[in-house]
Design a protein around this ligand. Structure first.
Ligand SMILES: [Mg+2]
Length: 389
């Protein structure tokens, strides 16, 4: 089955007064770059490129550079095509929009290959270890950079944290890093107080700290029994990562800003991480994910894909999560300790909830791995049109 055409879709869903903040940025809208690869028989494969950055640069790479190279190629040559695109652009690319573009195309091609063979993507990678994945809620962001009524903010945060437990989650990830360390300590404590001792808590700073401040935050997280400290320091600060990993009794996670097996090689072999977090839409798609997974398991590390985008990115991540073995193996898998968990962003995002015809929802604390051929999800064309910029 050959590729007949490739289309890019730049999507934007404004959030109005539901905007929120991480330590790095305000999110006034949710955006996604989708790629649609059309086969000669009219079937289509979907992929997503990038996480929250601008959608125009990877779209331009697809339209102007990769598309002319791919028309007429077989949808079955997915990994070969990946290597060719990477090799052709190596001298001037290797990261950023080029890899976001490759990620999107790679997933779309796996989608088409699976459809042509009548099997889900996880089957093409050797079979699934699970047909559903324990989910953690990603929430408890900042609602405004300049909110001064601390008591009201903490009360709202506690309510939000409790609502995730109510919804059936037993694992929750919160943000730190926008407020000063001493004030963030109150947020860390408030969430623990709201959910009680039996809920697993994770944290994510989006690389907000110098290593010395991250160490202070890490001690507070330890005190309240948090299990993971994600992106404590900027991704370039490998020494900072190593310092935290050797000093703290909490799993150090990172990798959502990293690309390809070569980027992850430096993080993994460099001893920076306990939990490796490639984003399927960023690091190079599913072909590259399989290579990063192999590298990580050789070092006895857990791989938990970073997930942020639309329903397409979530579907691709669930296909990836299906092929992660227990790390390490145990007779009875335990979520997070040995069994991978899926990041289920709970911030408002119509592109996640409305864009695919069968949106994902929690069943007994887990998300199902799509079982239909390819990615296993379909795009609602009306919703696609509604949010196209
Ligand atoms: Mg993160």
């Amino acid at each position: 089955m050959k590729i007949r055409d490739i289309r890019t879709h730049l999507l934007k869903a404004p959030l109005g007064d539901k905007r929120f903040y991480s330590s790095q940025a305000a999110f006034p809208a949710r955006t996604s770059l989708l790629v649609e690869v059309i086969a000669e028989d009219g079937r289509v494969g979907w992929g997503e490129g990038g996480q929250w950055g601008p959608t125009e640069p990877p779209a331009a790479v697809i339209e102007q550079i990769f598309k002319p190279m791919l028309i007429g190629r077989s949808v079955h040559d997915v990994t070969r095509i990946w290597e060719e695109l990477y090799g052709y652009t190596r001298d001037f690319a290797r990261r950023g929009p080029y890899l976001e573009a490759q990620s999107a195309l790679d997933v779309a091609l796996w989608d088409l290959k699976g459809q042509d063979l009548g099997v889900p993507i996880h089957s093409l990678f050797g079979g699934a270890f699970r047909d559903s994945v324990p989910a953690y809620a990603t929430g408890c962001y900042y609602r405004g950079a300049d909110v001064h009524d601390e008591a009201a903010v903490l009360e709202a945060l506690k309510k939000e944290a409790a609502s995730y437990v109510e919804a059936g989650f037993s694992i929750l990830k919160i943000k730190t890093g926008l407020w000063p360390v001493d004030k963030d300590a109150k947020r860390i404590a408030a969430v623990r107080e709201a959910v009680g001792p039996d809920i697993a808590l994770l944290s994510d700073a989006n690389h907000a700290y110098r290593a010395s401040d991250a160490l202070r935050v890490g001690r507070i997280l330890e005190e309240y029994g948090y299990l993971m400290f994600e992106e404590p320091v900027p991704p370039e600060d490998l020494d900072g990562y190593r310092r935290l990993r050797s000093s703290l009794n909490i799993a150090i996670a990172g990798g959502e800003c990293e690309y390809t097996r070569w980027g992850f090689r430096d993080l993994i072999v460099g001893g920076t991480l306990d939990i490796v977090q490639p984003d399927i839409s960023v690091a190079g798609g599913l072909s590259e994910f399989a290579k990063i997974l192999a590298l990580a398991t050789a070092y006895n590390l857990m791989v938990l894909p970073h997930v942020w985008g639309s329903g397409i990115a979530l579907a691709a991540s669930l296909q990836a999560l299906a092929i992660i073995p227990e790390s390490p193996y145990r007779a009875f898998p335990l979520p997070f300790e040995t069994e991978p968990i899926v990041e289920f962003d709970r911030n408002p995002n119509p592109l996640r909830d409305d864009l695919i015809t069968t949106p994902f929802s929690l069943v007994d604390g887990r998300l199902p791995v799509p079982q239909k051929p390819g990615l296993g999800v379909e795009v609602n064309r009306e919703v696609l049109k509604k949010y196209t910029t």
